[in-house]
Design a protein around this ligand. Structure first.
Ligand code: ADP
Ligand code: MG
Length: 622
């Protein structure tokens, strides 16, 4: 019979610490939250070696009295709640009284604090949970906590820490989450002696967001708000033109606390339904404020997940708030204004087309005419190529905003758009039958080959063709680039800018030359000619995103290849783009130039084949 023993307090605390303190970023989160709870208006976070060596957090909050110092680091000791009732009315970030105890257990920690109104401060040293006597010390009002050698006495945890750079990434994310929702506090983050974030108090939430993610994104944010039954939803959602390949930029704050909630993320996705391509996710910064008794925050050790009393109602409130806003917002007009402002701001044209104009200069009457009929009743193969108005235009009209989002490169139709293959271009009238094509619903091409009838997804095929061309050119070092007469500044977040500069050589390979330009701005000085229709700013942000995400994937594929995929997807015609006869012809011709054009680079099929036998059988001819 194994013997049952009572565990020692030290072992109990280590187990508890394991739940709350997972990695250096957890320390940063807990200590920053304590500073905010203490009413600090200034919080300085100083980290060395990704937090594995030391983390110091200094605030100007209310401080801790000398006689309370030992209690502060005791487990289940807190000044924030008193009885179980209070658990349902939590209005501070902390309330469990476990963080300091847990951190103290698995590190070497120094706490220095001077309470508001006190004449003298106090200092406390704790080594792996063992506290020295409290000593008086001189210090300004507020608290400074230094945590050294995290997990020095829990070797398994220590081994589980990742490279400093990765740990620093998590710290930056924890810092960002808190700093985003408390714009009135001055936060500063330093790593290995370098200031990576310095965010003076802002009286405006948007300014704080701009500080992190750049002015372009902040300018494209749309304010949404609603209130019902004591629940208030408010914040910003981004214009669909700004989107990501992941959901990490969907920030939800419940009563000032960052949370993750799959159901609410789903509601957000639903609100953007039809506005984003598959695999792309909206960007949002949303606050949910409700009486504390409508939510249980005590279900997750790090309080990342919560339980709402009426999750369904909240889901529909969020969904309808955003949907109603979109229905009453002319997204096209908004972006127009935005681009004009950008232009006035001096980002002037280079030798390529002005990128801001590209997605936006489509005449409005055209933009709303998706599926409204054949715009090209032209000559040559025209009667075969193009859409016949099968459905009255009214039935097909989508809101302009939806149309624009489906079709972010909605250019005036020119034969230049598809880079018409010269070999194919000079045979417009006498087409061999195999290259005739009919465009239906502005998104599929119907054609035939020896075996039967093909229905081709125009976006998927063009993407595939561009990918093959790009890859060939990049591998041969023959990608045509265009030097911009006036380099284009692109504002981004600090980590994004750093990643861009770090991967300068990779960008050069794909025809993009960039330089740091002070602050978090980079300057783009040359750009692939092939991508002249895609805005450099948004493309580069997405490429960086891909690089940053790619680096974290264990089964990391060739980054260059990923980037080529993304570029070809961006540059390809979209579903919803009406094509001219020449464009259809050119696209179908190029289909034969590559081996595997049956699938787009994402692996989706580009064409469905209906064999003659199949057609015969369906029509009961056999
Ligand atoms: P909790 O935040 O859940 O109360 P902690 O272990 O994080 O638990 O902190 C314990 C207590 O120590 C807090 O309730 C608070 O009274 C005090 N404390 C911790 N950090 C600070 C700080 N930076 N300024 C003032 N008081 C603090
Ligand atoms: Mg706390």
């Amino acid at each position: 019979m194994p013997e049952i023993r009572q565990l020692s307090p030290s072992v109990i605390n280590k187990i508890a610490a394991g739940e709350v303190i997972e990695r250096p970023a957890s320390v940063v989160k807990e200590l920053m939250e304590n500073s905010v709870d203490a009413g600090a208006t200034r919080v300085d976070v100083t980290v060395s070696q990704g937090g594995t060596e030391s983390i110091r957090i200094v605030d100007n909050g209310c401080g801790i009295r000398p006689d309370q110092m030992l209690l502060a680091i005791a487990s289940h000791a807190t000044s924030k709640i008193e009885d179980a009732e209070d658990l349902f009315n939590v209005e501070t970030l902390g309330f469990r009284g476990e963080a300091l105890a847990s951190i103290a257990e698995v590190s070497q920690m120094t706490v220095r604090s001077c309470a508001d109104g006190a004449t003298e401060g106090a200092e406390l040293e704790i080594n792996g949970g063992n506290a020295e006597p409290v000593k008086p010390c001189g210090c300004p009002v507020g608290t400074s906590i230094e945590v050294r050698n995290l997990f020095f006495n829990t070797p398994v945890r220590r081994r589980f820490m990742k490279a400093n750079q990765t740990e620093m990434g998590h710290i930056t994310e924890a810092f960002t989450r808190l700093a985003l929702v408390h714009p009135n506090v001055h936060f500063k983050l330093q790593h290995n002696g370098r200031v990576t974030q310095d965010l003076p108090a802002a009286d405006n939430w948007k300014d704080r967001i701009a500080h992190f993610y750049g002015k372009d994104l902040a300018d494209a944010l749309i304010w949404v708000e609603s209130e019902g039954d004591g629940i208030r939803v408010s914040g910003f959602v981004a214009d669909p033109v700004f989107n990501r390949s992941h959901t990490r930029m969907q920030y939800l704050f419940l009563n000032g606390r960052h949370i993750r909630d799959r159901s609410l993320q789903h509601a957000l996705g639903e609100a953007y339904r039809g506005l984003l391509l598959t695999g792309r996710y909206p960007i949002a910064f949303l606050k949910l404020d409700m009486p504390a008794n409508l939510v249980d925050v005590n279900v997750h050790p790090t309080k990342l997940e919560v339980r709402f009393q009426d999750a369904r109602k909240l889901y529909s409130q969020l969904l309808s708030t955003i949907r109603n806003k979109f229905l009453s917002t002319d997204l096209t007009a908004r972006v127009h204004e935005h681009s004009e402002r950008t232009d006035a701001g001096g980002a002037s044209a280079g030798s390529v087309e002005r990128p801001q104009d590209l997605g936006l200069s489509y005449p409005r009457s055209d933009a709303s005419s998706i599926g409204a009929g054949n715009q090209y009743s032209g000559s040559g193969a025209g009667q075969f190529v193009g859409t016949s108005p099968m459905v009255p235009a009214e039935n097909y009209r989508l809101p302009e905003s939806f149309q624009r989002a489906l079709d972010s490169s909605n250019l005036p139709a020119t034969s230049e758009r598809l880079d018409v293959n010269p070999a194919a271009a000079d045979v417009p009238a006498q087409l061999p039958i195999s290259t005739l094509g009919l465009q239906v619903h502005n998104r599929y091409l119907v054609t035939q080959d020896e075996s039967g009838m093909l229905v081709i997804d125009q976006h998927a095929l063009h993407e595939r063709v561009l990918y093959e061309q790009l890859r060939e050119k990049v591998l041969a070092g023959e990608l045509e680039t265009q030097r911009l007469l006036v380099p284009e500044p692109v504002s981004m977040s600090g980590p994004e800018a750093a990643a861009a500069v770090e991967h300068k050589a990779l960008f050069k390979k794909i025809g993009i030359e960039l330089e740091p330009f002070g602050g978090d701005t980079i300057l783009v000085s040359s750009y692939p000619a092939m991508l002249r229709r895609v805005r450099p700013a948004e493309l580069i942000r997405q490429l960086i995103d891909e690089i940053m995400v790619g680096e974290k994937k264990p089964d990391r594929r060739d980054v260059l290849d990923e980037l080529l995929h993304m570029m070809s997807c961006k540059a390809a015609v979209k579903a919803g783009d009406p094509l001219t006869p020449e464009e259809i012809h050119s696209l179908l011709m190029q289909r034969h130039l590559f081996h595997d054009t049956h699938h787009c680079p994402h692996g989706r099929p580009t064409a469905l084949v209906f064999t003659r036998e199949e057609l015969d059988r369906r029509f009961e001819r056999t």
